[in-house]
Ligand binder design. Structure first.
Ligand SMILES: C[S@@+](CC[C@H](N)C(=O)[O-])C[C@H]1O[C@@H](n2cnc3c(N)ncnc32)[C@H](O)[C@@H]1O
Length: 260
């Protein structure tokens, strides 16, 4: 079992981080929503684009059993090894190494696909969706859960501090930080038909949980180093940790399909 690093100013172990989010109330809620939106049926082939340590593969395998197929694709060897170890007992699940801009799958080979906080990181989200279009069968569906980091709200008597922290995250840390609001448009440009757009806005009332999920202390230090915040922001974040706390984040859930 991996353990989150206790020093919240250093980078957490990526797998422990993903496990922590998946086990949280907010994480469980939106992942369940994604599973329902996928509308899986026995016998289907389903793809997890950027599967990480394989968090969601077993639930998808249960939904397509007894004769379906679940394929997880990731490019990170550490994630792939972890996913293979975790899913070793699941005969319907296969983990493939590859870049999601050039999916290691045949044309017209899957019925369903999902992305979960992946398009926010890739070089070209439209190319990933074009690849989904290539590998999907007619009527194929993709469900995407992607954040919009400008929707990160942190209550504070000094709102300029939290605004500057969000500006730093959006400009310097997350490659496609506002992908959430753009997803439906990008899907349309990729030739997909958008079936629904919804949002989830989990609320965090515990500083420690929010710090694990958003790296608040660590990113304040980085924002100070990058000149987005002044050094007194270190005291600001310490104050927030010792007062009643509230933050909220914004996640877009988009369902799109291959035109029938
Ligand atoms: C935030 S993690 C999410 C993992 C998983 N979807 C989950 O919900 O736990 C993003 C994942 O996308 C993968 N990834 C990012 N860019 C990729 C690319 N171009 N090709 C393949 N995998 C990629 C990373 O290696 C990482 O495992």
């Amino acid at each position: 079992m991996r353990v989150i690093n206790n020093d919240s100013r250093s980078r957490p172990d990526p797998i422990a981080y993903l496990d922590h989010v998946a086990a949280s109330t907010a994480g469980r809620d939106y992942k369940q929503q994604v599973l329902e939106l996928l509308d899986l049926h026995p016998g289907q082939a389903v793809l997890d684009i950027g599967c990480g340590p394989g968090t969601d593969l077993a639930a998808m395998a249960a939904a397509v059993a007894p004769a379906g197929q679940v394929i997880g694709v990731d490019r990170d060897p550490v994630m792939i090894a972890e996913a293979r170890a975790r899913l070793a007992e699941h005969p319907l699940v296969e983990i493939r190494s590859g870049d999601v801009h050039a999916l290691p799958l045949d044309d017209g080979s899957v019925d369903r696909a999902r992305t979960d906080r992946v398009l926010q990181h890739v070089a070209d989200p439209a190319q990933v969706l074009a690849e989904f279009r290539r590998v999907a069968r007619p009527g194929g569906r993709v469900v995407m859960a992607e954040p919009d980091w400008e929707g990160l709200l942190i209550d504070s008597p000094q709102p300029a501090m939290s605004r500057a922290l969000v500006r730093f995250l959006v400009a310097e840390i997350i490659r496609n930080a506002t992908i959430g609001r753009s997803l439906a448009r990008v899907c349309g440009e990729a030739g997909l038909v958008v079936r629904s757009v919804a949002t989830a806005a989990p609320v965090f009332r515990d500083f420690t949980t929010a710090d694990h999920v958003f790296g608040l202390r660590r990113n304040v230090t980085r924002a100070v180093d990058a000149g987005y915040l002044t050094p007194d922001a270190e005291g600001w974040i310490d104050d927030l940790s010792s007062q009643p706390f509230l933050a909220s984040a914004l996640l877009f859930l988009v369902v799109a399909e291959i035109p029938g």
